[in-house]
Ligand binder design. Structure first.
Ligand code: ZN
Length: 457
């Protein structure tokens, strides 16, 4: 099967060229100004960008919390992902206490295999760090899992600073990388107690319970921990200027830190917690202030943020109501898996803050390198997998849960106007999205990942 994408602006590492792209049997065969070869299918990309398929570094699909399960599973979540141009999601397989890493990985394969409309790999989120878990790491690597996550908060998941220290050091020697959810657990609990005592249970109190200092305190601890462990770390979902400052200071000392942010922290505001149905904005970290958004947008431009994930963790309004009027009981998370590229394009590229080449790096290439998928993924290059997005930069539209394919009756971005839309998607050379419509579901494959390439090493 040969496909030629003609007349587009092809975005490669640090450059854009007018060229045709020929794919054959799932890989990119040639990129050249004019390809005169026969093909089974031709796609006209006039006026569009041709980009490497996007990689979402942070999703929670079919995640079981104690009292409910996320609204999206792999069937619905990856359907929404692929029409938004995301050809690979890295989902957090989650090891609950008492479970082995192997049991968690098997469980996630059962959730995803055969049901996914985009490719998928797994980070392993670990609720324990001990000799038994350590003994499983080689087996994880042998099954394509080379990135891990630990939490400083959530009673069911949190580990100690000492365990994070030991894990960072151990994983560095295995060419693996650890991401950490950074918030200071004790400070957070003290704030929640204080707010409850003052009679505050409203959604705004969620943001007040975990202000930027709570996050930055966690980041600061992680930076010292990574420094002591002489190992890299990645900070998941950076939401505020104070955390950026901590990372910049640490980088000045030689700490190798990678940073992820999410679209919600680039475009939404703390004032949203005063809206009706504000439970839909209850996520951690919470939404912040204008100066944080500005700092994060600048960090995209200056390279201090490495990649952008959605932290897609969707709940219906009925599930959000499980909080019974107390912010501390509301399931944390929001839906964003379909809208990442158009939000980043609108907020950062169209506004002149970053180039389209930089967007390709932030949505695809950098993650491919750090998470062991490069150069098969993350780049349009001869020999790479033919995961390709044709993105039309001139389509204005409005985000709504009613038109999104995710399985959830709300969106934090409801009613937001954006410019630019994924038009067509090739997944492994197959045209799976045509003119914005998913025409071939369930083509997603498991992505077996290798060692982290660590561009900041
Ligand atoms: Zn998350």
């Amino acid at each position: 099967m040969r496909t030629i994408i003609r007349n587009g602006t092809v975005v490669r590492e640090g450059e854009r060229i007018s060229a045709d792209v020929l794919t054959e049997n799932g890989t990119i065969r040639r990129i050249a100004p004019q390809i005169d070869e026969p093909a089974d299918r031709e796609i006209d990309a006039t006026g569009c960008y041709v980009l490497p398929g996007f990689i979402d570094t942070h999703t929670h699909l079919d995640l079981d919390l104690t009292n409910t399960v996320t609204a999206d599973n792999f069937e619905t979540g990856t359907r929404a992902a692929i029409v938004g141009g995301t050809t690979t999601v890295l989902d957090f397989a989650t090891q609950d206490r008492g479970m082995t890493l192997q049991e968690a990985l098997d469980k996630w394969h059962r959730k995803a295999d055969g049901k996914s409309s985009c490719n998928y790999g797994f980070h392993m989120a670990m609720s324990e760090w001990n000799e038994a878990r350590k003994a499983e790491i080689d087996a994880m690597i042998a099954q394509g899992v080379t990135s891990f996550k630990m939490y400083m908060v959530y009673p069911a998941m949190r580990v100690t600073d000492g365990q994070i220290y030991d894990a960072l050091h151990f994983m560095e020697r295995k060419d693996c990388i650890v991401g950490v959810h950074c918030e200071n657990y004790d400070l957070l609990n003290a704030r929640i107690r204080e707010l409850h005592e003052a009679g505050r249970f409203d959604p705004m109190a969620h943001a007040e319970s975990r202000p930027d200092a709570v996050e930055a305190a966690g980041v600061s601890t992680l930076m010292k921990t990574a420094e002591l462990a002489e190992a890299p770390a990645w900070v998941v979902h950076v939401s505020c200027e104070a955390s950026l400052d901590e990372m910049e200071t640490a980088r000045g000392r030689g700490v190798e830190v990678y940073a992820e942010t999410c679209p919600q922290y680039l475009v939404l505001d703390i004032a949203q917690y005063r809206e009706p149905d504000a439970e839909k904005y209850i996520m951690s970290p919470p939404l912040r202030y204008a100066h944080d958004r500005e700092a994060l947008l600048n960090a995209l431009a200056d390279g201090s943020i490495d990649f952008i994930g959605t932290d897609h963790c969707s709940f219906t309004m009925a599930q959000k109501a499980l909080g019974n009027g107390d912010f501390a009981g509301v399931p944390n998370g929001g839906a964003g898996i379909q809208n990442r590229a158009e939000l980043v394009y609108t907020a950062a590229v169209r506004s002149g803050i970053i180039s389209i080449e930089k967007m390709a790096a932030l949505l695809s290439e950098n993650a491919a390198r750090i998470f062991g998928m490069y150069p098969k993924k993350g780049v349009l290059s001869e020999g790479s997998d033919a995961d390709i997005v044709v993105f039309d930069p001139n389509v204005p539209h409005t985000i709504s849960w009613k038109t999104n394919l995710h399985n959830c009756d709300n969106s934090p971005f409801e009613g937001m106007p954006v410019l630019g839309k994924t038009r067509d998607v090739l997944l492994g050379g197959e045209l799976v999205v045509e003119n914005g419509t998913l025409i071939k579901p369930h083509c997603g494959q498991y992505v077996f990942r290798g060692p982290s390439a660590r561009p900041r090493k």
